[in-house]
Design a protein around this ligand. Structure first.
Ligand SMILES: Cc1ncc(COP(=O)(O)O)c(C=O)c1O
Length: 428
């Protein structure tokens, strides 16, 4: 496979772009150095073309934003129409009202809405709103919520985050009520918000989400759901609709507009009204092309079987992967975890994280060679169908026996054509 253009671009990028990327997960340390491309230039449905013209099936969908498929005709037509009218103006635009009303209709906790461009915009806005509403400073979080100080101060990449800010955020563990209780008890009357993804690839244990809500409220803190990933793949109303636990505020991003930059913080009226008093404002907050994309995307998800097709494909892919893992004697070595709309192939090794990354890199390398751009994380979109399933199955039928052989020989590292992928956050 010719990858010369990708590699040349990477060379140039290294000279002018720190880490060569805008998004760590897309950067050169996150993909196999051989065989996988670095630059993609075009997408259609679930397929993408790299800068050298190679075609791949994409299972990651730009890390989530692409929910209908690349180049969705309705969305792109709505954007083209809007682009011809204008992208931003000196006053507000009707689409702000239209899309806000749509969100109020579909999301259980949404009585009012503010928009942003990224997930980080709106999680940070939600935290500021919670701090203003409660007159408290501390935050307790579970998972990743964006690049801003209040979140990244808890990680191993905390360089540049003032200690005074980092000290205001604590973490708790998913499905572990006691860890939240301990964090709340340690800061009585000081916690403004508990923020979490309602679900990831691990299902909530019965009663867990309810217990978190009740604990947060008992301590006078707001419950914020980070639905940047779950909206709207998990359900049109978000995971809050699917699991029936309603937060005070919720943040949406990624897939809201099928790849156009749009995010939203939504919530109960009395909390959202605090936005009248705090400062959350930006030049591009009401940018119209992304709002047009959001409107068309939500219409498609609401009025067609797009979300049902995502469930159908994801379920079939998970079953196919389980079957082939079993057939190749890899049960317990590779585990399929998650839900049809978002699941991963977990190849964690008891030998530690470096071996896990080596195994994953080998799997990714062999898939990329065969035209499957595979991150071992499936983010299903509505354009994944029978053709994509058959293609993936053919690739897995070739790659899993290779993986089994490497596992038996215990020589994954020797089979890599370059270094293993690296962690974005060092292990503590
Ligand atoms: C759960 C979650 N919240 C927030 C964010 C931040 O979103 P963005 O990268 O658009 O700022 C992400 C990004 O991956 C995320 O996965």
């Amino acid at each position: 496979m010719e990858l010369k253009t990708s590699r040349n671009l990477l060379e140039r990028a290294r000279r002018v772009i720190p880490s060569a990327t805008q998004t760590f997960s897309k950067g050169p340390t996150q993909w196999p150095r051989a065989d996988a491309p670095n630059y993609l230039t075009r997408g259609a449905g679930a397929w993408v073309w790299d800068a050298d013209g190679n075609k791949f099936l994409d299972c990651l969908m730009a890390l989530g934003p692409i929910i209908l498929g690349y180049g969705d005709k309705q969305v792109d037509a709505a954007c083209a129409r809007q682009m011809a009218e204008g992208t931003v103006f000196s006053q507000m635009h009707p689409l702000e009202v239209d899309v806000a009303e749509m969100l109020v209709d579909i999301i259980p906790c949404a009585e009012m809405v503010r928009f942003g461009k990224s997930g980080s915009d709106v999680t940070t806005a939600a935290i500021r709103a919670a701090r203003a509403y409660t007159s408290r400073d501390h935050v307790i979080m579970c998972g990743y919520h964006g690049w801003h100080d209040w979140c990244i101060g808890t990680t191993t990449r905390d360089l540049g985050v003032p200690r005074a800010v980092a000290e205001l955020t604590q973490t708790f563990a998913y499905n572990n009520v006691a860890s939240l209780e301990a964090a709340l008890d340690a800061r009585p009357g000081q916690v403004a918000a508990v923020i979490m993804e309602p679900v990831g690839v691990i299902a909530p244990e019965p009663g867990f989400l309810e217990a978190v809500r009740d604990l947060a409220h008992r301590h006078g803190a707001l419950l914020i759901y980070d639905e940047v990933v779950t909206g709207f793949r998990t359900h049109l109303g978000g995971a809050q609709e699917r699991f029936g636990v309603i937060p005070d505020l919720a943040c949406f991003g990624k897939a809201m507009a099928n790849g156009y930059p749009l995010s939203a913080v939504v919530g109960k009226r009395d909390v959202m009204e605090v936005f009248d008093k705090i400062f959350y404002s930006g030049t591009f907050g009401g940018e119209t092309v992304s709002l047009a994309a959001g409107k068309a995307t939500i219409e498609a998800l609401r009025d067609t079987d797009a979300l049902a097709r995502i469930q159908t494909h994801g379920t079939a892919f998970m079953a196919m992967a389980e079957r082939l893992i079993e057939e190749n004697g890899l049960r317990g070595v590779i585990k399929v975890k998650g839900f049809p709309e978002r699941f991963l192939l977990d190849m964690s090794s008891e030998k530690g994280d470096q071996e896990t990354r080596t195994r994953k890199t080998y799997f990714m390398q062999e898939c990329a060679r065969r035209g499957l751009l595979y991150y071992c994380l499936n983010v299903t979109c509505a354009a994944h169908g029978p053709e994509e399933l058959a293609f993936s199955e053919n690739v897995f039928r070739e790659v899993l026996p290779l993986f089994a052989r490497a596992h038996q020989a215990n020589d994954f590292a020797a089979r890599l054509q370059g270094p293993a992928i690296e962690p974005v956050f060092r292990q503590p």
